[in-house]
Design a protein around this ligand. Structure first.
Ligand SMILES: Nc1ncnc2c1ncn2[C@@H]1O[C@H](COP(=O)(O)OP(=O)(O)OP(=O)(O)O)[C@@H](O)[C@H]1O
Ligand SMILES: [Mg+2]
Length: 279
């Protein structure tokens, strides 16, 4: 495939050429339009947040960025996405290799019913050019990067499903990191976690941005404030397609009181936060 990697760009925060760019992106499910006219640029080394009401199209947008939408034959993608200035929708693109460079972490941890070690090695075994004898060292590196090593180093052959949900999510992150992605797409990665595990993942994201670029869907405005460099607000009017209503620095976007849909969203999230704090 075309080499989608460009090491010179790595860590070049604020450089002229975006690492990832969506241009006039749209998604249709049959005749129903889910997303329309999405323009988005993400710089290397950023944590870029996607916020917005339920059903606005945040997950769908995220899935377009590494072509996970290909797996759903009912969806049609329009426009384009550029990774290091090359279209990811070009015919010549090796989609498996693309998903190595642009990995994904889901809302619920996706853990296979095998050992912790086999879970970490899962992707690496398929894509790595390393010899077999190097795998354990690489697995350790990934588990350390995901801050899970100390908790599992003495039970690497134990079933991964015995881990707590928070540990499982870090295991999934280790599996993603093991293939050395440049970008990690995270779809509400802490929504199934307790506050302590949420804190671990947030700390990890802040650490990871030294070497990776992260695009994070979150419903938590406080989380966006804590860890995102910039955010885009995805909004959809009733039955209309999702669009990016505004984007920029978190405080600037949150301050757009001229946008009624953003005002409503912030109000709803504040009401929810109040309800959650009541007990
Ligand atoms: N494969 C599909 N076929 C048909 N409609 C779909 C498909 N995938 C998503 N949709 C629709 O697209 C819209 C956006 O869905 P999406 O999951 O992207 O929203 P979201 O912003 O991530 O919502 P939430 O915050 O609840 O996760 C929804 O109306 C959903 O029903
Ligand atoms: Mg979603």
């Amino acid at each position: 495939m075309t080499d989608l990697r460009n090491d010179q760009n790595r860590g070049d925060v604020g450089g002229c050429s975006p690492m990832l760019e969506a241009r006039q992106l749209g998604v249709l499910a049959g005749t129903h339009r889910i997303l329309q006219d999405v323009d988005l640029t993400v710089q290397s080394g950023e944590v870029f947040g996607l916020i917005g009401p339920s059903g606005a199209g945040k997950s769908t947008l995220l899935r377009c960025l590494n072509r996970l939408t290909d797996l759903d034959r009912g969806l049609r993608v329009e426009g384009d996405v550029y990774f290091h200035d090359r279209s990811i929708y070009g015919r010549e693109v090796d989609v498996d290799a693309l998903r190595v460079k642009i990995g994904m972490l889901f809302q619920q941890p996706v853990v296979f019913p095998v050992s912790i070690l086999k879970n970490v090695l899962f992707g690496m075994r398929h894509v790595s050019k390393l010899s077999r004898k190097d795998w354990p060292g690489e697995a350790e590196k990934a588990l350390r990067e995901a801050t899970l090593w100390d908790e599992v180093k003495d039970r690497l052959k134990a079933p991964a499903l015995n881990l707590s949900v928070g540990q499982q999510q870090r295991l999934c992150l280790a599996r993603t990191l093991a293939v050395d992605p440049e970008v990690i797409l995270m779809d509400e990665p802490t929504s199934a976690l307790d506050p302590k595990s949420t804190q671990s993942i947030e700390d990890l994201i802040i650490e990871l941005k030294k070497t990776r670029t992260i695009i994070l869907v979150t419903h938590h405005l406080d989380q966006a404030r804590r860890i995102c460099d910039r955010v885009a607000f995805v909004s959809a009017s009733t039955d209309g397609p999702g669009r990016i209503a505004c984007s920029g620095q978190v405080d600037t976007v949150m301050g757009r009181t001229d946008l009624p849909e953003l005002r409503d969203f912030i109000q709803t999230r504040s009401d929810l936060a109040d309800v959650c704090c009541e007990d």
